[in-house]
Ligand binder design. Structure first.
Ligand SMILES: Cc1cc2nc3c(=O)[nH]c(=O)nc-3n(C[C@H](O)[C@H](O)[C@H](O)COP(=O)(O)O)c2cc1C
Ligand SMILES: O=C(O)C(=O)c1ccccc1
Length: 386
């Protein structure tokens, strides 16, 4: 039983002693501070998205169309924010979504390790991207007792995919999240404008360049010719021909819980279930991939089709009330993307921990003041259309 509202009290007490909060307290504030600090092209890459960016704005607006029904005198003085996921009792219902350039978003260019350390300290799980600046083995080792998940971008080279999954298992990750919505890059005008594609410039490819299968595909070691390694990465990164028929192969790769990221249609949920998948991750990639793909609107039908199978959700979560709303619509756990990324930009591990603490304090207080004691209390009846 945790009381994240103590975090708020700590901010008041520190403020009265003359210490103002170290980082902004709102998403708008985080965005502005991160933009001011970041190299312009990387900022556009992280903050931007597909097309006219209506999709990512729509993600945020979708939350505003719901309100939370307040209930009084319900004895919510103590809250329990814990959830169970694949046999792990997690202290909070949020997790860090994979961010494939996190590695280069911190001053020291070890953003992946910063997130892993924040995960170890907070108990908030991290879904570690295939695209990291530190090898997955080091990241997994830094997670401490907090369960971590490895996000797989399935390359068009089966042996390489198999090597990634074997390494993730050996490293100690507790599940594999296969991202399906990025088999090719979305239409991103900001990045097209500056020709920004960090991985093509060699960033965050360490899981590839440290992999024996990938190295075996290169004529010269990546240390001697990084540009050739980046080109080889570009040729192997995505697999446009992957279909439902390949799921049996993916399933056979591991006994770990296997989740599919980017599933938003109930029929796709049922197909995943038939293929022996353990969890669904409903997301539109933060509005970065398919333009006009909704996310939150599709969550209830995904949850219904999942029939009890865990459903993770991300895209547009910016505040504690957003976390509560996604849980009330049936998510088992709620993913945070850009907000913790901006925390990483502003303060590395400390910045991430601060952003997560703010989100959790606000989630906790939203439940408290509206009269809900546990995540189990958050059902669809809690929400009202506004
Ligand atoms: C800069 C950036 C890089 C991302 N890289 C990955 C990635 O490597 N793998 C992946 O599955 N999703 C990736 N995503 C998508 C996130 O996991 C998540 O779906 C999205 O950020 C959620 O939306 P939000 O940013 O509005 O919270 C990335 C998102 C951002 C902003
Ligand atoms: O930028 C992204 O959202 C992302 O996940 C990605 C990373 C590298 C190549 C393609 C997509």
């Amino acid at each position: 039983m945790a009381n994240y509202a103590d975090f708020q009290l700590g901010l008041y007490l520190a403020g009265m002693a003359g210490d103002t909060p170290p980082y902004p307290l709102t998403f708008a504030g985080l965005e502005a501070a991160a933009e001011a600090k970041m190299e312009h092209r990387l900022w556009d890459y992280v903050a931007g998205g597909a097309g006219d960016e209506h999709t990512q704005r729509g993600n945020v607006e979708a939350f505003l169309r719901w309100g939370i029904m307040p209930r009084m005198l319900s004895g919510a003085a103590e809250r329990d924010l814990s959830v169970e996921l694949f046999g792990h009792l997690l202290p909070t219902p949020i997790f860090m979504a994979p961010i494939g350039v996190l590695g280069v978003m911190t001053d020291d260019e070890h953003g992946d390790l910063a997130a892993a350390a924040a995960s170890a300290a907070s108990g908030v799980p991290m879904v570690a991207s295939t695209l990291m600046q530190d090898p997955m083995e080091d990241v997994a080792a830094a997670l401490g007792d907090t369960p971590g998940f490895f996000q797989l971008y399935t390359p068009n080279d089966r042996e390489l995919a198999e090597s990634f999954v074997r390494r993730a298992e050996t490293a100690g990750f507790q599940g594999i999240v296969v991202t399906l919505d990025t088999w090719t890059l979305g239409y991103r005008p900001r990045d097209l404008q500056h020709a920004t594609f960090p991985q093509l410039r060699g960033s965050c490819l360490v899981n590839y360049t440290s992999d024996p299968v990938f190295r075996g595909r290169l004529a010269v070691p990546p240390e001697e010719d990084p540009a050739a390694a980046a080109l080889q990465w570009a040729m192997t990164f995505g697999n446009p021909t992957l279909t439902w028929e390949d799921l049996a192969w993916l399933r056979d790769l591991t006994d770990l819980p296997l989740l599919l990221k980017g599933i938003c249609h109930p029929d796709d949920v049922r197909r995943a279930k038939d293929a022996g998948i353990d969890g669904i991750y409903c997301s539109n990639h933060g509005g970065r991939q398919a333009a006009s793909a909704p996310a939150l609107e599709l969550l209830p039908a995904v949850v219904d089709a999942a029939e009890g199978m865990p459903v993770l959700f991300d895209s547009g979560v910016r505040s504690g009330p957003d976390v509560v709303k996604a849980l009330a619509l049936g998510a088992t756990a709620v993913g945070i993307g850009r907000p913790y990324g901006y925390g990483a930009v502003l303060g590395g591990r400390a910045g991430i921990e601060f952003v997560l603490s703010c989100l959790l304090a606000e989630t906790d207080l939203t439940m408290a003041l509206n009269g809900y004691r546990s995540v189990a209390d958050l059902t669809r009846e809690v929400l009202v259309r506004t």
